[in-house]
Design a protein around this ligand. Structure first.
Ligand SMILES: NC(=O)c1ccc[n+]([C@@H]2O[C@H](COP(=O)([O-])OP(=O)(O)OC[C@H]3O[C@@H](n4cnc5c(N)ncnc54)[C@H](OP(=O)(O)O)[C@@H]3O)[C@@H](O)[C@H]2O)c1
Length: 521
């Protein structure tokens, strides 16, 4: 194709874009990336919240969209005694509040749900589970391919993984059996030592390629889109560095309080709950270099390189880099909400932070001297997740006689929630004879002109797990590097004499402690 043909093709595509924005690609063809092998999904802890609210609805929606293999079945187990029918009914309940429940389709899907009670402490119980799975596998023809999903409290991860292994459920043999994959939910440990310890236990029976550490944040469409935006366009990469970027703000704000997770949250706090995983992933996606190929290990290699460059905090001067807060009483959506210390199950003297803002530097050529402000908190003014890239001001203002030296710099905002959009703010001339500038914003809404079905984050991670694609899952080196950064901070925060003074109160419904503005100076 010569240059003229290419220009013609581009013009045609641009024209096509204004009329058919999908450029003729049927929406459905982008939805499911491949059909997994026949398999079973074994959920340990299937009587719990995660299974009913996330895992089974995700599998049902995959079923509706043709994303499940055939044959396929789900096998739930936990301590609670339930018959197959009781389990099916329990799983149907949360779907009633959604718009995906079609009774006939549910009937078809729910035939593939089974349940057996187990005792987490008894090997004989896991052996009995393995026998039941073998029988069903033979009957259904699922090729002994197993996803083993740990939907249990983190304190049970180690012992349960070992039990599954001892019962022979981790074994992959090229000749006879199919694959086995174990899925672990965050938190991956409580600090560096416990993360290493958990990993050691998982590796007693499972190899790294069998371990899928979920961070469902990574599977959000707009989070994945960060890589497409950065690396499928040539115009942003040349300016994505210290020469043009002043600072980057990454925010994940929640309006919810601690809800029913008091026991867990009191131990974890915001640094373990949000920074060790989601915030670090957003940082890596924003800061990483382009991988040579869009392939699991190459992408994860580049993320790990970012984690290696994070400058350790001077723990003697934490206040220069970190603001911690805890929510007090306040108002959200016109309703009064209680202080963290007055929530059920929370120690009235609790020193657990519910808000953190940290200033992070990356010691590499691209980012030297550019601060990354990471902020996350509960009971903030708005539920919002976004990455804002603040560019530098123009080096010289030719309008200084009329407008002065200061011209508002460009800003690029990658909205993840609630607005799934990309916005670019720039300066234009105000209409009129006088020289006046104004900031305008160009918006792209992620779902603009898209009417096809959408996979939610859990659907995407479950599908990828069945397909054996680890792109959206944590690799252990990344987990350990992030803990290596955070553990000294946690130790310093949790053991310092002025712990109480470091924890700044903020009213629910605001944007956190006032001291956050000092950190940005
Ligand atoms: N729920 C969410 O939205 C969410 C989001 C992200 C990550 N996670 C993680 O996913 C995992 C499961 O979450 P979940 O909310 O479903 O947990 P859950 O409801 O608290 O527990 C799941 C099941 O584990 C069993 N269990 C609970 N405590 C136990 C104990 N002390 N000893 C033995 N068994 C116990 C219970 O089943 P039986 O009593 O029947 O055995 C329970 O139904 C957790 O690690 C959580 O941190 C959850």
């Amino acid at each position: 194709m010569d240059k003229a043909d290419k220009i013609r093709e581009f013009d045609n595509a641009t024209m096509a874009e204004t009329t058919t924005p999908d450029m003729g690609i049927p929406f459905e063809s982008c939805l499911i990336e491949g059909t997994p092998d026949p398999c079973m999904v074994v959920i340990v802890g299937a009587s719990g919240d995660l299974t009913a609210r996330k895992i089974v609805p995700a599998l049902f929606n995959l079923f509706l969209n043709g994303g499940l293999p055939s044959p396929f079945f789900v096998f739930g187990c936990a301590r609670t005694n339930l018959s197959n029918q009781e389990f099916r009914d329990k799983m149907k309940n949360p779907l009633k509040a959604t718009n995906i429940l079609d009774d006939q389709k549910w009937q078809d899907f729910s035939k593939s749900l089974y349940y057996q009670a187990i005792d987490y402490g008894e090997l004989s119980s896991f052996r009995s589970l393995a026998r039941s799975l073998r029988e069903l596998d033979k009957k259904q023809g699922t090729g002994w391919n197993r996803v083993l999903y740990l939907a249990i409290p983190p304190s049970l991860y180690k012992s349960t993984a070992q039990m599954l292994g001892k019962a022979g459920l981790s074994v992959e043999s090229e000749k006879k059996s199919g694959w086995a994959r174990i899925v672990v939910e965050k938190p991956f440990g409580h600090d560096l030592d416990t993360a290493i310890d958990l990993d050691r236990s998982l590796h007693e029976h499972f190899q790294e390629h069998q371990i899928f550490r979920i961070d469902h944040y990574l599977a959000k469409e707009t989070v994945q889109n960060i890589l497409m935006f950065r690396f499928a366009n040539s115009i942003f990469e040349p300016i994505w560095n210290r020469r043009y970027i002043d600072h980057v703000s990454i925010t994940a704000a929640e309006t919810l309080g601690v809800e029913h997770r008091a026991g867990y949250y009191e131990q974890a706090g915001v640094l373990r709950d949000m920074f060790q995983n989601h915030m670090m992933q957003l940082l890596a996606l924003t800061a990483m270099d382009p991988p040579s190929l869009f392939e699991a290990d190459r992408v994860r290699d580049e993320k790990v390189k970012v984690y290696r460059t994070i400058r350790p905090f001077p723990t003697a001067d934490l206040k220069g880099y970190l603001v911690l807060g805890q929510y007090g009483a306040g108002a959200l959506d016109g309703k009064r909400v209680p202080a963290y210390r007055d929530e059920p199950g929370i120690d009235p003297e609790s020193l657990t932070p519910t808000f953190a803002m940290m200033k992070v530097f990356l010691d590499n050529w691209r980012w030297q001297g550019v601060p990354f402000y990471l902020t996350s908190g509960k009971r903030l003014a708005k539920k919002l997740t976004e990455i804002v890239v603040q560019f530098k001001e123009v080096p010289h203002s030719m309008f200084r006689q009329t407008l002065g030296e200061h011209i508002t710099a460009n800003r690029l905002s990658l909205g993840i929630y609630p607005d799934e959009k990309i916005s670019l703010t720039f300066q234009t001339k105000n209409p009129g004879a006088k020289v006046c500038l104004r900031s305008v914003t160009m918006d792209f809404h992620y779902h603009q002109n898209y009417t096809g079905p959408i996979l939610d984050a859990y659907e995407k991670v479950l599908l990828d797990c069945m397909l054996g694609d680890q792109m959206l899952f944590w690799r252990q080196d990344g987990v350990e590097l992030c803990w290596s950064f955070l553990t000294p901070i946690l130790s310093a925060c949790e053991s310092c004499g002025d712990r109480r003074e470091m924890l700044l109160p903020y009213d629910s419904g605001t944007w956190g402690p006032k001291a956050v503005s000092d950190l940005k100076e």
